[in-house]
Ligand binder design. Structure first.
Ligand code: SF4
Length: 337
C-alpha cells in the first residue's frame, strides 16, 4: 500500500549566531490515509519543526531543509514545489491546527471572514457559497449560533471556541492530511476532551490522516494509532500505540512514560523526572543523543550512534541495548546504574 505521506531522511537546520542548530537530523516515517500518528517528545526535540517542514513553513534564510531530504505527499516530493504549489497544497491537501489560537487568529478580523478567506481563495466559489460553507463548518465544529458568531471577533470567543474555529479553518477545504500541533495545550481538561472527540469525529467522517504533535501522553493514548518518539532531532522509537505503551523499548520512552503523573502513587511527591537536559544541537553528540541522561548508558553509546533495530514489523527503536553484537563486544559490565 502506498502511503499518503512519506518523510524520508528529513534534515532541518537553523542558522543562528551560535552556529547551525541541527533541529531535525534525518527523520523517516509515513502516515496512511485515515490514521493518526502522534509525534511525541519534550520541547526542542524537533517535532514542531518536522510538522512545519511538512507544511512548507520553514522560513529561509535562517531555516534550511537539507537537499537530500524528501517529503512525499501521494508519491510527489513536495519539497520541489514552487510557492504557488505550496499554497495550493496548504489550501487543499493539508491543514494545520496551531497550538495557540489567540496568536494564530487575526484579532482585527471577524471570524467569518477568516474562514471565508481560505474557501474563496482555494475553492474559487462565490462569496455567497463561501458564506454558506463557513456557517456549515462552524456547525460541524459545534459552535452554537453560527450566523451570529461569524460577525464576531476572536476576543469574543472562549479558548475552546477559538480552537474550534482553528479546526474549522483547517477543515475549510477538506484536507486529506491534518497536522495538529499541541492543539489542546492551552485548554482546560474538559475542553481538551471535547476537542479530541471532535477531531476523532471529523477524522471518522472525512477519513483524513492526522499528525498529532504533542508532549501529552494522555492525548496520545486517546487518539493515536501509531506513535513516533522524538529526541534530539531523531525518531528514537516508533510503533503502534499499543506497542509504545505496553512494550516500550527505548530508555527515553520508558522515562517519558514514567514521568506521567500517576494518581495511584501512594507518595504523590514521587514524580519521576528525566534528569539532565537535551544535548546542544549546534554540536550534537557523536554517539547516542540520549547518552548523557540514560541510566543504561554503555561505553559504545558515547562513541557510536545506534542504528534502528526492528522489534516487530511495526515497531523499531534506536538503542544499543537491542544490538546483539554490541552486547557481546561491550557487555553490560560498564552500564552506569
Ligand atoms: Fe541509553 Fe545507550 Fe540506548 Fe542511548 S543507545 S538510549 S545511551 S542504552
Amino acid at each position: 500500500m502506498s502511503h499518503l505521506l512519506e518523510v524520508n531522511n528529513l534534515k532541518v537546520s537553523f542558522h543562528t549566531y551560535a552556529g547551525e542548530v541541527q533541529a531535525v537530523r534525518g527523520v523517516t516515517f509515513y502516515v496512511n490515509e485515515g490514521e493518526t500518528l502522534a509525534i511525541v517528545g519534550e520541547s526542542g526535540c524537533g517535532k514542531t519543526v518536522t510538522s512545519k517542514a511538512i507544511m512548507g513553513l520553514v522560513a529561509s534564510p535562517q531555516g534550511e531543509v537539507k537537499k537530500d531530504s524528501e517529503i512525499k505527499f501521494k508519491g510527489i516530493n513536495i519539497l520541489k514545489y514552487t510557492n504557488k504549489q505550496w499554497q495550493d497544497y496548504r489550501g487543499k491537501d493539508a491543514g494545520m491546527i496551531f497550538q495557540d489560537p489567540m496568536t494564530s487568529l487575526n484579532p482585527t478580523m471577524k471570524i467569518g471572514n477568516q474562514i471565508r478567506e481560505g474557501i474563496i481563495k482555494h475553492q474559487k466559489v462565490s462569496k455567497k457559497e463561501a458564506q454558506e460553507r463557513t456557517i456549515e463548518l462552524l456547525k460541524k465544529v459545534n459552535i452554537p449560533n453560527p450566523i451570529e458568531r461569524i460577525q464576531q471577533y476572536p476576543h469574543e470567543f472562549s479558548g475552546g471556541m477559538r480552537q474550534r474555529v482553528m479546526i474549522a479553518i483547517a477543515l475549510a477545504c477538506n484536507p486529506q492530511l491534518m497536522i495538529a500541533d499541541e492543539p489542546t495545550t492551552a485548554l482546560d481538561v474538559t475542553i481538551q476532551a471535547q476537542i479530541i472527540k471532535l477531531l476523532k469525529e471529523i477524522q471518522r467522517v472525512n477519513h483524513s490522516a492526522i499528525i498529532m504533535i504533542t508532549h501529552d501522553l494522555g492525548v496520545v493514548a486517546g487518539m493515536a494509532d501509531r506513535v513516533a518518539v522524538m529526541y534530539a532531532g531523531k525518531i528514537v522509537e516508533e510503533g503502534s500505540a499499543e506497542e509504545i505503551f505496553e512494550n516500550p523499548q527505548h530508555p527515553y520512552t520508558y522515562a517519558l512514560l514514567n514521568a506521567v503523573p500517576n494518581l495511584e502513587l501512594e507518595n504523590k511527591a514521587e514524580l519521576h523526572v528525566i534528569p539532565g537536559t537535551p544535548p546542544d544541537l549546534v554540536a550534537p553528540p557523536k554517539g547516542c543523543g540520549f547518552a548523557s541522561r540514560c541510566e543504561y548508558c554503555m561505553e559504545v553509546c558515547n562513541r557510536y550512534e545506534p542504528q534502528y533495530t526492528q522489534i516487530s514489523k511495526s515497531h523499531r527503536t534506536m538503542c544499543w541495548l537491542h544490538d546483539e553484537i554490541a552486547k557481546e563486544v561491550y557487555g553490560f559490565d560498564n552500564v552506569r546504574s
